[in-house]
Design a protein around this ligand. Structure first.
Ligand code: ADE
Length: 266
C-alpha cells in the first residue's frame, strides 16, 4: 500500500509541476484596489487564489489568460508580490497599471505615462555633500546595474499603439496627453514642487510613483518582459494629496483602459 502511495504522490507532483509550466499568464498588477477594479470587472471565468497573503485573480480578459493582483503600496510590497507571483505562476509578461504624480510641466490629471525606463530615486548615498542617487547591484550577481531599468521595448511599442485606440476620460478639460519616458520610483508620496522639479530637471522623469522600478528590477532579473503604465492623479506638488483623493479613481480607469486595449491587441 505504501509503495502505491509513493507512486501516486510522485504522479501528482509530476503533473502539478508540468501544469505550472504550461499555464502561461499575462500578469497585471496594481498597488491599490482602485487600480485593478475595472480589470476585475472585465474578467471572465474569474477564480481567486490566495498565496502568501496575496489574492490572485485568474481568468480571461479580452480572451487573454491573465492573473491580476493588488501588490500594495511601495517597493517592499511590490517586490514581495512580484516574487510570490513569479514563483507560483508561469508569467509571459507583466503590466503594472496605476496612478502617479505627473512631473512634466504640461502634464495634468488624467494624462498617461508609458514608462520606457524606470529608476529608484531614493536609492543612493548620503554624505556631507548631500544625497546622490546611485546604481545598485544585480539580484543574482555582483554586477552593478545601470541606473535606469529599461522596460520591454515591444511592450512599450504595443502600449503606444494601443493608446491611440482608447477613449480616455478627460479629467482636466482636455483630452489626456500620452507621454512615453522615464518613471521615478521611491518609497514616498511626493507632494513637493522642489522634489518634483529635481526629478524632472535632473533626470527627465515624467512621473513619480512608488512601485515600478522594484517590479522592473525583478522582472529584468527573471527575464520577464514588463511595462509600467500610469495615469496622473496629481502633479506631485502642494495640491498632490487633495488631487490624488479626487482623481485616483478616474485616473486608474484611464490606465486600466489602456491595459484593456493592450490585451485586446495582444
Ligand atoms: N502616486 C500618485 N501620486 C503620487 C505622488 N505624488 N508621489 C508618489 N506616488 C504617487
Amino acid at each position: 500500500m505504501k509503495k502505491y502511495f509513493a507512486f501516486y504522490l510522485l504522479l501528482i507532483l509530476f503533473f502539478s509541476s508540468s501544469f505550472k509550466v504550461e499555464a502561461q499568464y499575462i500578469a497585471v498588477m496594481g498597488a491599490l484596489e482602485q487600480e485593478i477594479d475595472l480589470l476585475l470587472g472585465e474578467m471572465e471565468k474569474q477564480k481567486k487564489i490566495q498565496i502568501g497573503g496575496i489574492d490572485f485573480y485568474k481568468g480571461k480578459i479580452n480572451g487573454k489568460k491573465v492573473v491580476v493582483l493588488k501588490a500594495g503600496v511601495g517597493k517592499v510590497n511590490a517586490s514581495y508580490s512580484t516574487a510570490v507571483l513569479t514563483q507560483n505562476f508561469g508569467i509571459d509578461a507583466l503590466i503594472f497599471t496605476g496612478v502617479a504624480g505627473g512631473l512634466h510641466p504640461e502634464s495634468l490629471p488624467g494624462d498617461i505615462i508609458i514608462g520606457d525606463r524606470l529608476f529608484q530615486h531614493d536609492f543612493g548615498k548620503f554624505d556631507q555633500e548631500g544625497f546622490e542617487v546611485t546604481t545598485y547591484r544585480e539580484l543574482t550577481g555582483a554586477h552593478q546595474t545601470d541606473l535606469f531599468i529599461p522596460s520591454d521595448s515591444i511592450l512599450v511599442f504595443k502600449s503606444k499603439q494601443a493608446a491611440q485606440q482608447v477613449a480616455f476620460n478627460a479629467l482636466s478639460g482636455r483630452n489626456p496627453n500620452v507621454f512615453t519616458g522615464l518613471i521615478a520610483t521611491g518609497d514616498m508620496f511626493v507632494s513637493s514642487p522642489e522634489k518634483a522639479q529635481w526629478l524632472f530637471g535632473e533626470y527627465g522623469a515624467l512621473a513619480a510613483e512608488m512601485e515600478g522600478a522594484a517590479v522592473g528590477h525583478i522582472c529584468r532579473t527573471l527575464d520577464i518582459p514588463f511595462v509600467v503604465i500610469r495615469s496622473c492623479s496629481d502633479n506631485a506638488n502642494h495640491d498632490a494629496r487633495v488631487n490624488f483623493e479626487q482623481f485616483v479613481g478616474p485616473a486608474s480607469i484611464n490606465s486600466s483602459r489602456l491595459v484593456l486595449s493592450i490585451l485586446e491587441d495582444w
